[in-house]
Design a protein around this ligand. Structure first.
Ligand SMILES: Cc1cc2nc3c(=O)[nH]c(=O)nc-3n(C[C@H](O)[C@H](O)[C@H](O)COP(=O)(O)OP(=O)(O)OC[C@H]3O[C@@H](n4cnc5c(N)ncnc54)[C@H](O)[C@@H]3O)c2cc1C
Length: 399
């Protein structure tokens, strides 16, 4: 059986960055076990491609610190590696008095987090985005766009050059932990390691449980459906156009995103998915559904948020309602401007009381580190999360 110092489960941006940061500091041998045949096929390759600034997050939270540091590391990596990115900036637009009050709080938070942002009147907003209508807005200079799939694949190449092994097509099916380390069972045989790092995204809770760890949460999958703007409507969005997030549902709210590979996408909405990797509506997994239907936290969410759920469902089935949401930001958008685009699925970590875990969550046990919650902005922050984990591994080795 092959023996490694560290085995990383998951070849999304968090797992592959962790492997790279480990081998960069001389820790090894390191292996990445990824169940798909390629890296970055799930959340990392199916997102909005936005480089988040850190404007929204609670000062001092893991999200705030890792997002700001991760953004800087990401930009430096893309520059060094000649990967496409564009710090085009974004506007967050308030369309009501209530949203204006919330936007003021976000503006203050952004400044506290060291994000470069400025307040815009309705007229000033039009200089940035002539087709957007709003009462006022915040312009965020430190936001941009990237291709996270390309970033993860390049990080993978650099990790391999430094000695990491990447085994794709290796689904992890079990973990056995004892005093000597961890035995990791995969569909293609076993490997052993001193330490396992779980970066399994949509399956991170199950992998934690394989190691006997109760993460105190469960992943509930929410599908985000996107549309592409038809070429004749692309001029309506110059950069990134976001609504003011509802503090009760900060991850909701369709936005317009200029993509780094060209074109403009709008979305995503957030609909309960019937499978953790059910990217198309008829895809159903009885096991995945049973996992959340039998969970107290999920039942509480349904009780607390059924109205919002109906709203999201109505927008998903009625293109007219979806367009009405978009028209709050750009009144000129029409139904016929929307073309289909691929969807993504968020790994939403839900706590037993029905609240949604907000901050990144990393659980450490002897011989195990589990990244149990890495939602947006974890793509922006991926390189920094990898660095943070590599520091913890180095500390554990030194102890
Ligand atoms: C719709 C959507 C929009 C988003 N927009 C943005 C954005 O604009 N900007 C931003 O910063 N963030 C965004 N995010 C969040 C971001 O994409 C994720 O937080 C980030 O990609 C998480 O990376 P990850 O490596 O943890 O997960 P993933 O990319 O999902 O990787 C996990 C990997 O683990 C593998 N795996 C799982 N189980 C096993 C197993 N048993 N054995 C082996 N391998 C396994 C999977 O195959 C997968 O490759 C968005 C997310 C979604 C879904």
């Amino acid at each position: 059986m092959d023996r490694f110092e560290v085995a990383v489960i998951g070849g999304g941006i968090v797992g592959i960055s962790t492997a790279w940061q480990l081998v960069r500091r001389g820790i090894g041998p390191v292996v990445v076990l990824e169940k798909e045949d390629e890296l970055a096929t799930h959340q990392t390759g199916r997102n909005s491609g936005v480089i988040h600034s850190g404007v929204y997050y609670k000062p001092g939270s893991l999200k705030a610190t890792n997002c700001v540091a991760g953004r800087k590391a990401l930009i430096a990596f893309c520059e060094e590696e000649d990967l496409p990115f564009d710090m085009c900036g974004k506007v967050i637009v308030a369309t009501s008095e209530e949203e204006e009050a919330q936007l003021k709080r976000i503006f203050e938070r952004g400044k506290t987090n060291g994000v470069r942002c400025s307040w815009l009147s309705a007229e000033e907003l039009r200089e940035y985005e002539p087709h957007v209508r709003g009462r006022c807005a915040v312009h965020v200079e430190d936001a941009g766009i990237a291709d996270y799939g390309a970033v993860a694949r390049r990080v993978g190449e650099r990790a391999i050059e430094l000695g990491a092994e990447v085994r794709t097509g290796h689904a992890v099916t079990g973990l056995r932990v004892d005093a000597a380390g961890v035995t990791i069972e995969t569909q293609k045989g076993e490997v052993s390691a001193d330490l396992v790092v779980n970066c399994g995204g949509l399956h991170s809770d199950r992998i934690a449980r394989m190691g006997g760890v109760r993460p105190g949460l469960r992943i509930v999958p929410f599908r985000g459906h996107y549309h592409k703007l038809a070429p004749e409507a692309e001029h309506l969005c110059k950069t990134l156009i976001y609504p003011v997030p509802n503090p009760a549902y900060p991850f909701l709210g369709v936005h317009f995103t200029r993509m780094v590979r060209g074109g403009v996408e709008c979305g995503p909405n957030a609909l309960l998915a019937f499978a953790r990797e059910g990217y198309r509506i008829p895809q159903v997994s009885i096991g995945d559904m049973a996992d959340y239907l039998g969970y107290s936290g999920f039942r509480q969410i349904m009780k607390d948020h059924w109205k919002q759920g109906i709203h999201e469902f109505a927008c998903a089935v009625s293109r007219r309602r979806y367009v009405r949401e978009l028209q709050k930001l750009i009144p000129e958008v029409r139904k016929e401007h929307l073309l289909p685009a691929p969807s993504g699925i968020r790994a939403q970590a839900v706590l037993p009381d029905g609240s949604m875990a907000d901050d990144f969550l990393i659980i450490e046990r002897p011989h195990q580190i589990h990244v149990c919650n890495a939602p947006s902005p974890a793509a922006t922050a991926g390189l920094q999360i990898g660095l943070t984990i590599s520091e913890r591994v180095a500390k554990a080795k030194a102890a």
